[in-house]
Ligand binder design. Structure first.
Ligand code: CP
Ligand code: NVA
Length: 317
């Protein structure tokens, strides 16, 4: 099995490199990666073998729990003819210097995917490893999720320009990567988050710069209704991310009025799509009738994790 023209083009640019954050890529890079993911998705659907990573191993380090990331990476490696090795915090010495872990794993495996807390941990791993490092979520970002989200948007809307995305909820890792991905691809982003839960101002500023290049807008508000008005896409995520420590009751109070429910989504376009990276808490950030309603594409997003990550793996490794 050999690489397609597009696969070769991507490999030429990215082989051996890391996948750490969405802002490292141009609109052309992301377009190529998404198109390559679609090629691999079609091959999988048509049962065409594509064992591009035969004999290769991906170490998958998880300091936080996961359903989608774990299963999609492991399955993706298998479909590519390689092997995904699950390493939870109970399995390996995560109290060892991260630089030592990087150097040791580089002697055994061909790539590392890591889900961890601080972004600096992923960066330190990357600095010390001689193999590609893939960010499987940090407190600051979730680039694999956003690649899957962009593919899902394209599959449902057939374009990236002239679209309005409303993000309603917590200014967290997913939202930070999402607004960057949208800004690069040219999707207008309206972000409604409660006071004290805003997206980092440095991220907003960087996204606004990228949006300028693509002709899009990144607009912050505290009013969910303003964000959702005439939106093509409504996106939310949990109000309490993994690793957050604090008082749940006071947090629920802060997010009052930010639930994506029928009263809110009726202000969007009739053919809006509802998105959520999952896992979701029905009755908190999203009402059951919205996430389980006909405009919801959450399971397409979850499926597309597999296809986009295969494109990333085949390209880097
Ligand atoms: N969306 C996502 O990353 O899900 P998991 O936490 O289940 O991996
Ligand atoms: N913001 C969520 C995303 C989970 C995939 C978290 O970090 O817990």
């Amino acid at each position: 099995m050999s690489y397609s023209q597009l696969g070769l083009k991507l490999k030429e640019k990215f082989e051996g490199k890391n996948f750490l954050q969405i802002s490292d890529y141009t609109q052309e890079d992301l377009t190529n990666l998404l198109n390559y993911a679609s090629e691999l998705k079609q091959m999988q659907e048509d049962n065409v073998p594509h064992e591009l990573l035969k004999g290769k191993t991906l170490a998958m380090i998880f300091e936080k729990s996961s359903t989608r990331t774990r299963v999609s990476f492991e399955t993706g490696m298998f479909q590519l003819g390689g092997h995904g090795m699950f390493l939870s915090k109970e399995d390996i010495h995560l109290d060892e210097a991260i630089s030592d872990t990087a150097k040791v794993l580089s002697r055994y495996v061909d790539g590392i995917m890591i889900r961890t807390f601080g972004h600096e941990i992923v960066e330190e791993l990357a600095e010390n490893a001689s193999i590609p490092i893939i960010n499987g979520l940090t407190d600051d970002s979730h680039p694999c999720q956003v690649l899957a989200d962009l593919l899902t948007i394209y599959e449902h809307k057939g374009k990236f320009d002239n679209l309005k995305l409303a993000y309603v909820g917590d200014g967290n890792n997913v939202s930070q990567s999402l607004i960057m991905g949208c800004a690069i691809m040219g999707i207008d982003c309206h972000v409604a988050v409660p006071k004290n839960n805003e997206i980092k101002s440095t991220v907003i500023e960087k996204a606004q710069l990228r949006a300028k290049e693509s002709g899009a807008k990144v607009i912050e508000t505290n009013d969910p209704l303003e964000a959702v008005k005439d939106a093509d896409i409504i996106y939310t995520d949990v109000w309490t991310s993994m690793g957050w420590q604090g008082d749940k009751e006071s947090r629920l109070k802060e997010f009052e009025g930010y639930q994506v429910n029928e009263a809110l989504v009726k202000h969007a376009k009739d053919d809006y799509i509802f998105m959520h990276c999952l896992p979701a808490i029905r009755g908190e950030e999203v009402a059951e009738e919205v996430i389980d309603g006909e405009n919801s594409v959450v399971f397409d997003q979850a499926e597309n994790r597999l296809h986009v990550q295969k494109a990333v793996l085949a390209t880097l490794m």
